[in-house]
Structure formats: C-alpha cells, structure tokens
Design a protein around this ligand. Sequence first.
Ligand SMILES: C=C(O[C@@H]1C=C(C(=O)O)C=C[C@H]1O)C(=O)O
Length: 383
Amino acid sequence: MAELSELRRRIDDIDARIFDLFTQRAEVAEGVAAYKRESGIRVFDPARERAKVADAAARVPDDLATYAQVMMEVLMEASRARQHELLGDVAEDDTLRRINAARAATPELFPPSARVACQGVEGAYSQIAAEKIFRRPQIAYSPTFDGVFSAVEQGLARYGVLPLENSTAGSVNQLYDLMMEHSFHIVRTTRVKVDHNLLANAGATLSGLRDIYSHEQAISQCAEFLSGLPDVRVHVCENTAVAAQRVAESGRTDAAALSSLPCADLYGLQVLSASVQDRDNNYTRFACISKELEVYPGADRTSFMIVLPHEPGSLYKLLAKFYALDINLLKLESRPIPERDFEFMFYFDLECPVAAPEFSSLMATIGGLCQECRYLGSYAEVL
Ligand SMILES: C=C(O[C@@H]1C=C(C(=O)O)C=C[C@H]1O)C(=O)O
C-alpha cells in the first residue's frame, strides 16, 4: 500500500493542475464577457448551463455524477460572477432597477407619523410595535390581519404593522399564508418584548378561575403555566387585547385573559399573575408594510417569497448562491401553496446591505434559480 504522504503528494499535484485550469477557465470567461458586451448578450445562459451540468455527469463514473454536477455549477457560478463584475452590468435585472429607483425616490428619513393599520383593539402588541416604528402613529384598528393588508392595498392606511413570528411559538402561519394573497412591501421590522400577564376583574383568584382567554400564540407561549391550572378551559381570541376587553366586559370573576400590562390599565383589570410566559426572552417580530416599494437608507435585510422548481437540489442551489456571496440567511419559512399538491412557498429573510455589490449580484441571478421569485422589500430592523 502506498504511503499516506505519497498519496497526498499526488493529490496536491492534481489540485495544482485543477487550480491552474480553474484560472485558465476564468480567463476564457473574461473573453466571453467581452464578446457578450460587444453583442449585447446577457451573461446568464441557462440552456448552456443545463447542457454543461448534464455533460459533467456523463464525464465521470456514475457514483461521482452528482458531485461533478455540483462542481460544474460552482465553476459556472464563479465565472458568471466574474463576468458581471467585469461588465459592471449587475443591473440587468428588472427588480434591481426597480429597487434602485425606489432607493433614489425614498426620503432619507423614515416618516415620524403616518396612518397605520393594526390588527386588534387598543393595547394590542401591534400598537406597541407601531409606536416603536413611528414616533406618532395614527393607528386604525382592523379586526383581522386580512383587513390590515387590505387597508394598505386600498390606500386607506399608508402603512400596516403585522406580527411575523415569536421567539417561543414560531411563525404566525396565518400571516405567511395571507402574504400569498396580497400585494405589499416590507419597509421596516421591529422586535417587541412580550410579557404576558394574567389579567382579571377585581375579586378574582387564581384557584377560582374557570376560563382563560387569549390569542393562540400567547397561549402557546404560556403552555407550561397553563398546564399548572388543570381545571381551566382555554379559549382562543383574535388577540390578547380583545381577550382583556372581553373579560372586562363580562364582569366575571372566574375568567381571566393572558394579555399585556398596558391592557390592565386600559380595561380596568387587575394583574393576577405577572410575566407568566414560559421563557423570559420572549420576543415578537413585527413587519411594517406599505403599498409602494420604499427603500430607506440603512436597509440591510431583504425578504423574498420564492417557489422553487420541483426537482432535487433546487433549494440547495439557492442556498449555495447565498453561501457563495457570503450572504447570511436570517430566516427560512415554508408554507404549502393552496390548491397545489405539496408545493411550497419559501420565505427568505437575508442579511445584506442593499447597496452592497453582493446584493446586485444576487439580484442578477436569483431569478434563474427560482420558478417564481417575489421581492418583498429591503429594510432595517429597529430595536
Ligand atoms: C461562460 C459563459 O457564461 C456563463 C457561464 C457559463 C460557464 O461558466 O460555463 C456558462 C453559461 C453562462 O451562463 C458562457 O456563456 O459560455
């Protein structure tokens, strides 16, 4: 058997040749870029790339075929990125043009005041989020999330504030599903610390409780606390402020709401138990949506809704693209697409300044990797 050091020497020789060829390949691609500039052809040629990937598989033993294909894709990825860089032509994508136009047209400062649609009633966490995003929001309440999207779509409110996810209970699925039905852009996000309290009318005691009302996310965030109250029935409400309002209006002393502290004052309730959530680092992320695309300075996050081709490796290729551009993935969510059998909508939140060259590179190629790609916006998260 050959010595390990001898085998490694041979591997080093092979790698040296591979990288020599890799450099030569990049140089030839520069020639291709120059040709493309002269003849006005776009850099990305999907038909040629498909043929190259198929050819790669045919050139190696079967058990190496997948690796050869992945290698080919990485090579072409690099050559495309280099060509875009040389041509300085990353703006061949319509969405990128639209984003750059929006960046130029959007004012420097985020509006301190605006008409903002929120779901629920006074005291809802959406209100707290709206007050973090705007200095003086004029809040219009809608009973449903759908109503918030519609108010923004119809221009009844310039912005809408909606909860996306909670650090304990996860994504607000209903909201992600509604995103498929509405047209909107994301202009800001924020995080609100969620402190759930058990609120009840004067005279109520913990042991005398029979019914507890709250939003389903709050209920799941207080699951441990609630499991210690076996005789209590738990009821789902539209949101935590509605739950508080309902308990207050009922006048009952055997009912309570899991709700925020401001709601105790707002609805004249007492705090029966404070901070009853299972985890203390409990945050909810909210998005501020608008009808038109607005991209404010400092936008360093971007969201997409993406449908991928139904074939092996399609998600992998997209993730490889983010990796190649050194773009951090902040969130990946998937939801079934209604009326399509086991097809999914992917929601990506990426971390990349909108002015960075990597962002332009991404926009120039992402469309080619997806069946559908909807750009939702670029924004900053305010704390
Ligand atoms: C080099 C080219 O440009 C791109 C990169 C390719 C490659 O590296 O092989 C193939 C097709 C194009 O998407 C080309 O068009 O041949």
